[in-house]
Design a protein. Structure first.
Length: 74
């Protein structure tokens, strides 16, 4: 799991990132700060590719470009 801290705006901007299979996935986040105390911060948790297609899945923007299938590189 990537422990990069994200703001609410960053979380909203990455709700539906591209999967390495070439289709759209869904990124889930978890709040790591107490609600109502300063700025809410989040970390990425589960990533799911929405269509269940055989093959590898993962966020395309967090992978090395050499590992991506041709559909995800386009």
């Amino acid at each position: 799991m990537n422990e990069e801290l994200l703001t609410k705006d960053e979380v909203l901007a990455e709700k539906a990132p591209l999967c390495i299979c070439g289709l759209t996935g869904r990124q889930f986040h978890m709040m790591v700060t107490d609600p109502g105390v300063g700025v809410s911060m989040y970390v990425r948790t589960l990533f799911e590719c929405i269509p269940s297609r055989p093959g590898p899945h993962g966020r395309a923007d967090l992978q090395e470009s050499a590992e991506l299938p041709m559909a995800a590189q386009a």
